[in-house]
Design a protein around this ligand. Structure first.
Ligand code: GRF
Length: 197
């Protein structure tokens, strides 16, 4: 079973959802590690309470994205994880060649629109409403060295309602995230390679 690492900066909601999906057999992966980018990321305690090994790699302790990212990969590689899921991760992660194609992210909008630096969380939903878009959704994609840019694996769509608030839209999109990330990760792992005996 492929070992998985989850990277979080916030509530850990998506990571916990993926842990649940693994345990229920909906995702053929084994949660091996959760990394938080700051000790303030509240989700890390929830993941630890689920029995997932955790580590804090505080971005403040590093003077470059590359050094910070390498410190994260060292933890991941020590845990034997082969795939990384960015689940509410707000720091720039530099992707070296050895990790290309094995890092997934979930974005609360329909890429390539409403993505890029600074476009996260409620900023996305406000921008969608301000643009008068008729639909929104979430995108699971591979991570490369440009923000919100790698190959799209799966998207799920929701309507934008005429009386929507950013909060209402966020809740509608988040409900789809709970389905999209497990679904995309499961398909990705099945296609990755046959499980080692
Ligand atoms: C989600 O909306 C996700 O799409 C985005 O960050 C948010 C994280 O939510 N990348 P949570 O911390 O998993 O609840």
């Amino acid at each position: 079973m492929t070992k998985l690492a989850f990277f979080i900066s916030g509530t850990g909601g998506n990571a916990l959802n993926l842990v649940r999906a693994c345990r229920e057999g909906r995702v053929p992966g084994e949660p091996a590690l959760c990394i938080a980018s700051s000790p303030k990321a509240g989700g890390i305690e929830k993941l630890a309470a689920e029995g997932i090994p955790t580590a804090v790699v505080d971005r403040k302790g590093f003077d470059s994205d590359e050094a910070f990212s390498e410190a994260c990969y060292q933890e991941v590689e020590a845990a034997g994880a082969a795939v990384i899921c960015l689940a509410g991760w707000l720091k720039k992660l530099w992707v070296p060649p050895r990790w290309e194609g094995r890092i997934l992210n979930i974005h609360p909008g329909l890429l390539p629109k409403f993505g890029g630096a600074g476009m996260y969380g409620m900023h996305v939903h406000r921008a969608v409403l301000a643009a008068g878009a008729l639909e929104s959704g979430c995108t699971v994609h591979l991570v490369d060295n440009e923000f919100d840019h790698g190959r799209v694996l799966l998207e799920r769509r929701v309507p934008v309602l005429s009386d929507d608030t950013p909060e209402a839209l966020q809740a509608r999109v988040y409900a789809e995230e709970m389905k999209a990330f497990p679904e995309a990760l499961a398909a990705f792992l099945v296609a990755l390679k046959p499980a080692k005996p």
